[in-house]
Design a protein around this ligand. Structure first.
Ligand code: DSN
Length: 436
């Protein structure tokens, strides 16, 4: 049963209208807000979008159809939509130093598909980091379009260092002659050497596609080297470290601009989600501020602090630590799996996700790793000293996995701790605080 609406929902005309029209959904939104306030969110691909980004996402730009691109649309009435899309493109190009941007991809997978359609023909060879080693489905994994439409070749991590061995990537590229090489991933805690990837791509005549979905905010903040001078195509989602709405963008060279635009529309997509484009523009404006630069550097400092605090408690980390926003706890030597661990942590209000580790001997649906990241906790203003407390709770949960009472007590401690940090974007629980 729906509870009475929180005061903050009554004060806002849009949530008030939602409560009147559909109290069940409104109630679930209020509950999710409470949940996002009361838990420590450690999934590295998640964040808190600002109130401004959410306002644009929920705006009436969702009402409008606008197939095509600014000044070349298939529908009338684009006076304001064109201005929004042009602003988003200009801000993307300025922030990342790119020659061209397409802000219409619906999300990361469609963006990668468009990148492939722009430069590959069916059965061409594509190369990327294998999914179980921290790559992404769309980088050539066999069940995905990228492994079905193309001849996919996958590189792995070095068994000792758990880092990418660029000599092995070069050897594989020389042998397999890919037409496109993906770099970037979802669970790689180290820096990407974009220049080295480009030199390999040039040597074999491939296009380099850098998927920076996870690290786009770090790149914008100067906390990770930029792929833009190296990769001919850069894809990214906009909702992870970049802290925008759920969406995506493709940046590319002038030479590939037409092919990329054509791949997005009309090859793969219809009408762009203009409300998302508006919110991407807002997020890009936020990301160009000194505050966001500081945020990006703090995300990395927090991840390093969390990694060090966990290592000090005896946890093995993939590659021994992190250079970016994420880390992977390797539980191969423990009697419980990554899934057991992630589920126990979640019961304590510490929300991460189970993940494969390199050379995992367990199955992907019940693997040996837990993936954690600091983008969301950093958006709440947590600092290095708070990572020590989070590591202590993680250790307490994993050391007491079957102890429901202890885990319930930790959940309460976590909830109380969370009350000390504003939650960006939520209406209830605290206030309309600006992002730290
Ligand atoms: N789902 C994203 C992640 O969590 O990394 C990748 O697509």
């Amino acid at each position: 049963m729906a509870e009475p609406p929180p005061d903050a929902f009554i004060a806002c005309p849009r949530t008030r209208a939602l409560w009147d029209a559909d109290p069940e959904i409104a109630d679930l939104i209020a509950k999710e807000e409470r949940y996002e306030c009361d838990t420590i969110r450690l999934i590295p691909s998640e964040n808190y979008a600002s109130m401004a980004v959410l306002a644009a996402t929920g705006s009436i730009f969702a009402n409008k159809y606008s197939e095509g691109y600014a000044s070349k649309r298939y529908y009338e009435g684009q006076i304001y939509v064109d201005q929004v899309e042009k602003l988003a493109i200009a801000r993307a190009c300025a922030l990342f130093g790119a020659a061209h941007a397409n802000v219409q991809p619906y999300s990361g997978s469609p963006a990668n598909m468009a990148a492939c359609f722009a430069v590959l023909k069916p059965n061409d060879t594509v190369m990327g980091l294998a999914l179980p080693f921290g790559g992404h489905l769309t980088h050539g994994w066999n069940v995905n379009f990228s492994g079905i439409l193309y001849r996919a070749v996958q590189y792995e991590l070095d068994p000792q260092t758990h880092r990418i061995d660029m000599d092995k990537v070069r050897d594989a590229a020389r042998r397999e002659r890919p037409k496109a090489i993906f770099c970037g991933g979802t669970a790689y805690p180290r820096l990407w050497d974009f220049a080295a990837f480009r030199s390999i791509a040039d040597e074999v005549g491939a296009v380099l596609i850098a998927d920076i979905a996870h690290i786009a905010g770090l790149v914008a903040a100067g906390a990770h080297p930029s792929p833009v001078p190296h990769a001919q195509i850069v894809t990214t989602t906009t909702h992870k470290t970049l802290r925008g709405p759920r969406g995506a963008m493709i940046l590319c060279t002038e030479e590939l601009a037409k092919a990329v635009d054509r791949a997005v529309f009309p090859t793969l997509q219809g009408g762009p989600h203009n409300h998302t484009t508006a919110a991407i523009a807002v997020a890009l404006k936020e990301a160009a501020t000194p505050e966001f630069r500081a945020y990006g550097h703090h995300v990395v400092a927090n991840a390093k602090a969390l990694a060090a605090a966990l290592a000090a408690r005896g946890y093995r980390l993939v590659s021994g630590g992190t250079d970016n926003h994420l880390l992977l706890i390797d539980l191969s030597d423990r009697p419980y799996t990554g899934k057991d661990g992630a589920q126990a942590l979640s019961r304590a209000g510490l929300v991460g996700n189970y993940n494969t580790v390199p050379f995992d001997t367990r199955k992907p649906f019940n693997p040996s790793g837990i993936r954690l990241g600091t983008p969301a906790v950093t958006s709440r203003g947590m600092k290095e000293e708070h990572m020590e407390a989070i590591a202590a709770w993680i250790d307490a949960v994993l050391s007491n996995i079957g102890d429901a009472e202890r885990i319930a007590a930790i959940k309460e401690e976590v909830r109380e701790f969370c009350g000390g940090f504003p939650t960006p974007g939520v209406l209830i629980g605290n206030d309309w605080s600006p992002l730290p």
